[in-house]
Design a protein around this ligand. Structure first.
Ligand code: G3P
Length: 219
């Protein structure tokens, strides 16, 4: 099995925005365990800063244009890639993408060898997205995001089912899960259920010391 993935989504939290992102990233850089793969999803506006200052891979939180061109105010994958971004988080429940658009973006990411993590809020969405054969599908129940009840505790059966269903549709696609993940038990449970890793946001961002948070979670 590949190393478990830990995706840290900065969302638009003030503590990790602008220059403050540096402080957070520098603390994370001190985390040394190699048993896990840590991936950062910084705010769009700090992408370049975080790529330059982080020892971890950086994925974008969103993208809506794949090629350079006359697209005022959009987020362009070619430019992100030139900055060092190696993957993208797509269709987060806080930033949904219409299915036909998502289909095109996932296909182009594959061509450009950019990894894709596509979020899904329900099992039926998981199955539809599996048809696109992304690298990962992240199952996140919307109502649990930002809270302290973890998805592994509240919806273990859906994670299990998602792993099983996705295997039938796309063998290359792995399942991740997120929402309320905050402890080593949550991570352990996610892995037992067959997920390849987890997405974490508020619990690490609000923690006093993100390096210590990771050390306690990733034992
Ligand atoms: O993408 C991760 C996310 O939506 C989970 O958020 O704050 O519940 O860890 P949180």
């Amino acid at each position: 099995m590949d190393k478990p993935l830990i995706i840290i989504n900065f969302k638009n939290y003030q503590k990790v925005s602008g220059k403050s992102s540096l402080n957070f990233v520098k603390k994370l850089n001190k985390f040394r365990k190699r048993k896990y793969e840590i991936i950062l999803c910084p705010t769009i506006l700090t992408t370049s800063l975080v790529v330059k200052n982080s020892k971890f891979k950086v994925f974008t939180q969103f993208v809506n244009k794949t090629n350079y061109g006359a697209h005022t105010g959009n987020i362009c994958l070619d430019e992100l890639q030139s900055l060092g971004v190696t993957g993208c988080l797509l269709n987060h429940s806080e930033k949904k993408i219409k299915f036909d658009k998502l289909t095109k973006i996932v296909a182009l990411c594959k061509k450009k060898k950019i990894k894709t993590i596509v979020c899904a809020s329900t099992l039926s969405e998981v199955k539809n997205i599996a048809e696109l054969k992304p690298d990962y599908i992240a199952y996140e129940a919307k109502q649990l995001i930002g809270g302290n009840i973890s998805i592994t505790e509240a919806k273990p059966e859906i994670i299990l089912k998602a792993v099983e269903e996705v295997k039938k549709i796309s063998r290359r696609t792995k399942i991740l899960c997120g929402a309320g993940i905050h402890s080593k038990e949550d991570l352990g449970h996610a892995l037992i259920l067959g997920a390849q890793g987890v997405l974490i946001a508020h619990s690490i961002i609000e923690s006093k010391n993100p390096k210590k948070f990771l050390e306690e979670m990733l034992i």
